[in-house]
Write a protein that binds this ligand. Structure first.
Ligand SMILES: [Fe+2]
Ligand SMILES: [Fe+2]
Length: 345
């Protein structure tokens, strides 16, 4: 497609240059160049997509042949942009039909069409709001204290930067919170492959955590739009944090999980502050985004406050899972020796 597009652009440019030399010359030169480009595109489609591609290629080349006998006025009516759109559509159709991959329609329990392709009904759940939010792992040994103070130190610049803008703060912190699960899951995945051994379900649990955190982000970006410098900050922080956590997990998984456990404790605190601001009215309690209603199976009419409540409950579950994982390592055992809490929300 890139080659086709470049060919079309080159044709338009050469056409513009030649139009200065006279209509007759332009007509002949442009037709020849266009025919050459379209035929090349046809050959590419034909080679890549077989019979379907050949069909699309034939219609393209046919179009070029017809164009060569059309009047100049007719040619002027053919808008290059429309041709590009048609070509893209033809290409997409030929790809879909060639590979035969179904794009199945999913329906909700009430029979209406499911509107999200990023998650499906069987991935939704009702958050357990009864979870203890006060639970805390008291740091006793050196590694725990190091993890605890690392997180406390990380909070300082966050407090300075965001202050009481909790919507924005939540959105930005979720871009970081979704990293550890993915890194931990990936490293356990590689370990399972290297050692020819089962994971005890921990790969799934950590990847599910990453996905859950990413859904928090997808939800909060509906209520807080990042500014350009915040996007730049996410870019920089992700580069540093991903690599730091990757190295940290390789060196000491018990330390890495403990850090996440304390990060989740901080997240619970941040969302509690968020709720206080909503209750005071300093942050408007807007209707819950549609994505949140479906993901957490919230009733119609739910608000941002309800969303913060379920997100906070999720963070409490992540806290427990990560402190639990760290405890397993502290006991000198491996995660796979204890069944992972799959589906723990
Ligand atoms: Fe989160
Ligand atoms: Fe979390």
């Amino acid at each position: 497609m890139m080659m086709v597009s470049r060919g079309a652009t080159a044709t338009r440019l050469s056409g513009r240059m030649l139009i200065c030399s006279g209509t007759r010359l332009f007509s002949a030169a442009r037709s020849a160049a266009a025919a050459e480009n379209m035929a090349a595109a046809g050959r590419i489609l034909s080679q890549r997509y077989g019979p379907e591609g050949r069909g699309a290629a034939a219609s393209w080349i046919g179009g070029v042949r017809r164009a060569s006998t059309a009047t100049l006025a007719e040619k002027e009516q053919q808008k290059p942009k429309e041709q590009e759109v048609e070509a893209a559509e033809a290409s997409e159709k030929s790809i879909a039909s060639y590979w035969g991959v179904p794009t199945s329609k999913v329906t909700k329990e009430d029979g209406t069409e499911w509107r999200w392709s990023c998650f499906r009904p069987w991935e939704t759940y009702q958050a357990d709001l009864s979870i203890d939010l006060e639970k805390h792992h008291a740091p006793t040994n050196f590694l725990d204290k190091l993890a605890y103070w690392t997180v406390k130190l990380m909070r300082v610049p966050t407090d300075v930067f965001f202050q009481r803008r909790y919507g924005c703060r939540a959105m930005m912190l979720e871009t970081v919170a979704a990293v550890p699960g993915m890194v931990g899951g990936m490293l356990l995945h590689c370990k399972s492959l290297r050692r020819f051994e089962h994971s005890g379900g921990w790969i799934k649990v950590l990847l599910d955590e990453a996905e859950n955190e990413r859904m928090h982000l997808m939800t909060f970006m509906e209520v807080a739009k990042p500014k350009w410098y915040e996007r730049a900050l996410v870019f920089a922080v992700q580069g540093v944090f991903f690599n730091a956590y990757f190295l940290g997990y390789l060196i000491s998984p018990k330390f890495a999980h403990r850090v996440v456990g304390y990060l989740e404790e901080e997240a619970i605190h941040s969302y509690t502050e968020f709720l206080k601001e909503l209750d005071k009215g300093t942050i408007e309690n807007v209707p819950a985004p549609a994505i949140a209603l479906d993901y957490w199976r919230l009733p119609q009419g739910s608000t941002l406050r309800d969303v913060v409540m379920v997100v906070r409950a999720d963070e409490a579950h992540h806290r427990d899972v990560n402190h639990f994982a760290s405890d397993i390592h502290f006991q000198g055992r491996e995660l796979r020796e204890l069944p992972a809490p799959v589906g723990y929300h």
